[in-house]
Design a protein around this ligand. Structure first.
Ligand code: PHE
Length: 363
């Protein structure tokens, strides 16, 4: 390197150091946020910064000046670093102060969360009932809501002209063109599951099933869709005493040991003898308080009809291919809505179907 070149490098160092030393404090002071401050710092000390470039030329300096320039450059670098850090924390402090003295953000205001869902009261009661029978050894079965006329009526011994098959009671489903318009329907009871399970299995068997059923009536106490639970047992030597024992045990487990239970004779085509069971009305509890006033649910009688039952008719056994000479069995069907009302003290059946969260969230 010529002498003239060496003099240039020395001048460049003198000027470079002087410029850097002069400008940085003001530049940092003008930066009003962290981003701007970092940009100013990079202009000097970044990979392409002026001071960085200068230091890369260190080796071009005459050997006797290197030590001196190196020392000055390092001191300047340290001073810039210190000024940078100071300005950085100054900006952070200012930002925090602005936040504290600015408009308040109330983080305690509740947001727009979603309400957690829950099991509907009727579904819950359905599972409670199925559980009770399962602990007594009954299997749980299922059946379709769209059924054949055959399974809903014929195989259960309903005569062809039985009034229950009347348009008044049954919703029929449209089949393919030309097919019997009464062949398919919405099941009117869960007794269809008796037929299906008996066709599918051989005795001995004990089965419960629960689900929706449909009838064409709709008034204050009837809904066109409601829920039933069906149970039945078939074996050699099953008697009415077994039926009474199972149902009484079940009703006591459900409503408490003190609830009165009464069996009354009644008629269903698929049982003989047949009966209905009433329990003391859980709403007015007349058996404990004889002076209870007028009750809408039991209409003042003090009793609620809760289920139909009886010994399975030999005609049904013949229909499903069981020998009616060796097999006997009992069956019962109950309205789950009624049970839910009694068990949870619901005084109006409409509440179960109106989907009012104020009611449903109480359970
Ligand atoms: N299926 C009958 C009904 O819906 C109830 C019932 C079931 C009666 C089983 C006797 C035996 O009314």
């Amino acid at each position: 390197m010529s002498e003239a070149d060496t003099a240039d490098v020395v001048t460049a160092f003198e000027q470079g150091l002087a410029e850097a030393a002069e400008g940085y404090a003001a530049a940092f002071g003008r930066a009003t946020d962290e981003h701007a401050l970092r940009a100013q710092n990079a202009r000097l000390l970044g990979p392409a910064g002026s001071l960085t470039k200068l230091l890369k030329r260190m080796s071009q300096l005459p050997a006797d000046r290197r030590r001196e320039f190196g020392k000055r450059a390092n001191e300047l670098k340290r001073a810039i670093d210190v000024a940078f850090e100071e300005r950085l924390s100054e900006l952070a402090r200012a930002e925090r102060e602005a936040e504290l003295s600015g408009p308040m953000l109330d983080v305690s205001l509740p947001g727009f969360g979603r309400l957690p869902g829950r099991v509907h009261l009727l579904s819950r009661v359905k599972h409670e009932l199925l559980d009770l029978f399962a602990t007594m050894g009954f299997d749980v079965a299922d059946g379709p809501e769209v059924e054949l006329h055959e399974n809903n009526f014929d195989k259960l011994g309903f005569p062809p002209d039985h009034p229950a098959t009347d348009m008044q009671d049954t919703f029929f489903m449209k089949g393919p063109p030309g097919s019997d318009p009464r062949a398919t329907l919405l099941r009117t009871h869960t007794s269809t599951v008796q037929v299906r399970e008996m066709l599918r299995r051989k005795p001995p068997l004990a089965v419960v099933s629960a689900g929706h059923v449909y009838r064409r009536d709709d008034d204050a106490t009837h809904s066109p869709m409601f829920m039933q639970l069906e149970g039945f047992m078939v074996d050699r030597g099953v008697s009415f005493a077994h039926l009474k024992g199972v149902l009484t045990h079940f009703l006591r487990r459900l409503f408490g040991d003190d609830v009165p239970v009464r069996f009354r004779p009644s008629y269903f085509p698929f049982v003989e003898p047949g009966g209905e069971v009433d329990v003391g009305c859980g709403i007015c509890q007349r058996w404990k308080r004889p002076d209870a006033g007028a009750c809408r649910v039991c209409k003042g009688s003090g009793w609620i009809e809760i289920l139909g039952c009886g010994m399975i008719h030999p005609v049904v056994f013949e229909q499903v291919g069981y020998d009616p000479e060796t097999n006997t069995g009992f069956a019962f069907g109950m309205g789950i809505d009624r049970v839910a009302m009694m068990r949870y003290g619901v005084g109006d059946v409409g509440l179960l179907y109106s989907n009012d969260a104020r009611f449903l969230t109480q359970f």
